[in-house]
Design a protein around this ligand. Structure first.
Ligand code: RRO
Length: 295
């Protein structure tokens, strides 16, 4: 089941959600076996920022009955650390590389995009305008006018495909998607996590997460993702990377039926690093049996 996406030919439609699979650590653990059986058809890096960041204070994770709240806060080596240390390793992966970036204003975002444009190892750039966990970040993912203005500045800085990762934390995701399309995005990805709060299990009136709030992912958000992907696919003609709570081939098929071209697996990879391999096999089976009732 090969797929064309932004000029890339992918072996199947399953990729990773940014920040949910550490390919460099996995290579250290599994060695070259990881390259021979790489679970994703393209690899999306963790978000990088211009300068290194330590991330949010702990605790950073909270498990809910049907999901995971994270407040990681973008720890990363910064642009220079990424280019010098991570990119040579990520370039060895047997699939196209999508680098995810976030800036705190348009100038930072433009500088990141320009720096990545020079690097042949990178096949596409994903702009994270939707992280729920950093207050100083470019918080324009919910503002169609602001997002359009920033994208118009960033677009001419690269010839590589630009994917814009949208937030679900907005009243009208279709409007934001249309603004991104009009400003020159090549593709859209959604959903990022839903803003969420975890009370401290023992202390009154206290938050569990070090940063107060976080972002919810996992099965709890799957129905939200389906509704938002359907809406965005209806409102724009760009390819969409759909994600949110995918655990099985049937879940991936439902996002494709909603209009996605690719499907990203995120939280499920924390339970099983090879979940994406199983999901793409199940997806083939799902379509092989389509028309039948699958129990
Ligand atoms: O690092 C994070 O806390 C984080 C990011 Br950048 C994001 O885009 N979405 C998320 O749930 N967490």
């Amino acid at each position: 089941m090969t797929v064309s996406f932004c000029g890339l030919e992918l072996r199947h439609p399953i990729v990773n959600g940014s920040g949910t699979f550490d390919a460099i650590a996995a290579r250290r653990v599994f060695g070259d076996a990881l390259l021979e059986r790489f679970p994703f058809a393209a690899f999306v890096s963790k978000t990088i920022t211009p300068a290194p960041r330590d991330g949010n204070p702990p605790p950073r994770l909270y498990e809910t009955p049907a999901g995971l709240i994270n407040s990681i806060g973008l720890p990363n080596k910064g642009l220079r650390g990424y280019l010098e240390q991570d990119l040579p390793e990520l370039a060895q992966l047997p699939v196209p590389l999508i680098t995810n970036v976030m800036g705190s204003d348009a100038a930072e975002l433009c500088a990141l995009v320009e720096a990545l444009d020079d690097r042949a190892e990178i096949d596409a750039i994903e702009l994270n305008v939707s992280c729920p966990n950093v207050r100083t970040g470019l918080d324009i993912g919910a503002d169609p006018v602001g997002l359009g203005a920033v994208l118009r500045e960033a677009r001419p800085r690269t010839a590589k495909p630009l994917i814009v990762k949208l937030t679900p934390n907005t009243a009208d995701v279709g409007l934001v998607a249309q603004a991104a399309e009009a400003a020159g995005a090549d593709a859209l990805s959604l959903i990022n996590t839903l803003r969420a709060y975890a009370p401290h299990p023992r202390r009154a009136r206290a938050a569990w997460l070090g940063n107060g709030t976080g972002g919810l992912s996992g099965p709890a958000v799957r129905a939200v993702a389906l509704a938002q992907v359907r809406e965005v696919a209806r409102r724009v003609s760009l390819p969409v990377v759909g994600m949110g709570g995918v655990q099985t081939g049937a879940h991936a098929a439902h996002l494709l039926e909603a209009g996605a071209t690719l499907v990203a697996v995120g939280t499920e990879s924390f339970r099983d690093p090879l979940a994406a391999t199983r999901i793409s096999r199940e997806l083939d089976d799902f379509f092989a049996k389509s028309g039948e009732i699958v129990e």
